[in-house]
Ligand binder design. Structure first.
Ligand code: SF4
Length: 327
C-alpha cells in the first residue's frame, strides 16, 4: 500500500545518522525483521496534521512525535495531539533503542516554557504530555524547566490536565520534589525494558533508580497518578515482564503502557521479534489482574498514545475504586 507510512529503519537513518553515538550501533550482521501487518499505519496526510506541523514549526517547538519517529504521528496530529519535548533536542544519554540525537546538549532556552504553553493553548489541548531529553549536564537534570513549563501551561490553560514524562534524574537528589510540588496530574517515567536488558538497551540508566523515582513521587504526593511504560520485542521473556509488573505495583504505579519496540535505524538495537496482538491482550489481562488502575497494551501503544482519553479512564477507575472502598 502506497499510503502506508515508512517506519522502516532506513527511512530515519538518512536524517539522523550524523548524530549517532557509536554505542547505539547495532551489530552489522543482525537481520532486519519484516514488519507484520498489524504494525503498518497510514501516512500522515490530513489537513489537521499539516496544521499541527505548521504550528509546531512556527513556535519553534520540539516534539517527541517527530524526534522519535513515532509511527502514530498521522493519527495523533490529526487530532492535534502533539507531545512536546523540552530541554532541547539533543540528549546526553545514548540508549540503543532511541532515535533522539545524542551529543553536546543545547543551551537552556529561557522562553521555552512560554512557547510550549502557547502551543498547548493554540492546539486547544484538554490534556498535554510534556517530555524531555536527558540532561545529565545540568545540576538539577532540567527539573526547574519542567516546573516552569507546568506553571506556564497552568497560567494560560487552567483547564488542561498535564502529564509529564521525565528522565530518571539519576544522581540529581534535588530534582523530583520541586516537580511533584508543581503538581502535574500524571507523573510518567518509563522503565522501558526488563532489568536484564538494561546494559545493552539503557546502558546509562539503572532499573532500581527508575523504580525508586516512581515510588518517591507516590510517597510525596499519593494524589498524583503515576505511570510507566515498557517496550516489548527486545528479547525479554513473559516471566520477566510479569516481574516488572509486580515491581511497578510494589511502587504503587497506577498506569502501565506496553508497546512493540520498533528499530528506528539499522544502527539501533534490532527487533528480536514482533509480539502478536493476542500476546498484548494477554499482557493487558495479567496487568489488570495485578491491580493497575489503567493498562494500555497494543503493538502501537506509546507512552503518550491516547493519553487524553486514557487519563479520563484512569480518573474514573480511581473514583470507582474509592467509592467501592467507601472512602
Ligand atoms: S503516540 Fe505520542 S509520540 Fe507518538 S505521535 Fe502520538 S503523541 Fe506523538
Amino acid at each position: 500500500m502506497t499510503d502506508d507510512i515508512d517506519t522502516a529503519p532506513e527511512a530515519n537513518e538518512k536524517k539522523k545518522s550524523e548524530f549517532r553515538h557509536p554505542e547505539k550501533r547495532n551489530r552489522p550482521d543482525t537481520p532486519i525483521l519484516r514488519k507484520p501487518e498489524w504494525i503498518r499505519v497510514k501516512a500522515p496526510v490530513s489537513p489537521e496534521y499539516h496544521e499541527t506541523k505548521t504550528l509546531v514549526q512556527s513556535l519553534k517547538l520540539k516534539t517527541v512525535c517527530e524526534e522519535a519517529a513515532c509511527p502514530n504521528i498521522g493519527e495523533c496530529w490529526k487530532q492535534k495531539h502533539a507531545t512536546f519535548m523540552i530541554l532541547g533536542a539533543t540528549c546526553t544519554r545514548a540508549c540503543s533503542f532511541c532515535n533522539v540525537a545524542t551529543g553536546i546538549p543545547d543551551k537552556l532556552d529561557p522562553f521555552e516554557a512560554a512557547r510550549v504553553a502557547i502551543g498547548v493553548q493554540k492546539l486547544g489541548l484538554k490534556h498535554v504530555v510534556i517530555t524531555s531529553v536527558d540532561r545529565d549536564d545540568l545540576e538539577d537534570g532540567g527539573a526547574e524547566q519542567f516546573v516552569k513549563v507546568i506553571s506556564e501551561i497552568r497560567r494560560l490553560s487552567p483547564g488542561t490536565s498535564i502529564e509529564i514524562l521525565t528522565p530518571d534524574f539519576k544522581d540529581k537528589n534535588n530534582a523530583i520534589e520541586p516537580i511533584v510540588i508543581a503538581r502535574p496530574d500524571v507523573f510518567n517515567h518509563n522503565l522501558e525494558t526488563v532489568p536484564r536488558l538494561y546494559p545493552t538497551i539503557r546502558p546509562g540508566a539503572r532499573y532500581f533508580t527508575s523504580l525508586e523515582l516512581l515510588n518517591r513521587v507516590k510517597k510525596i504526593d499519593p494524589s498524583i497518578f503515576t505511570k510507566s511504560g515498557l517496550m516489548v520485542g527486545l528479547g525479554e521473556t513473559k516471566q520477566e515482564v510479569m516481574q516488572v509488573m509486580d515491581d511497578l505495583r510494589a511502587a504503587d504505579v497506577d498506569f502501565l503502557t506496553i508497546g512493540q519496540y520498533l528499530q528506528p535505524t539499522p544502527k539501533h538495537a534490532a527487533v528480536d521479534r514482533f509480539v502478536t496482538p493476542e500476546e498484548f491482550k494477554s499482557y493487558e489481562t495479567i496487568a489488570r489482574g495485578k491491580g493497575f488502575l489503567m493498562v494500555a497494551a497494543t503493538p502501537l501503544t506509546r507512552s503518550s498514545y491516547h493519553a487524553d482519553s486514557d487519563f479520563e479512564k484512569m480518573r474514573s477507575a480511581r473514583e470507582a475504586k474509592l467509592a467501592s472502598a467507601g472512602k
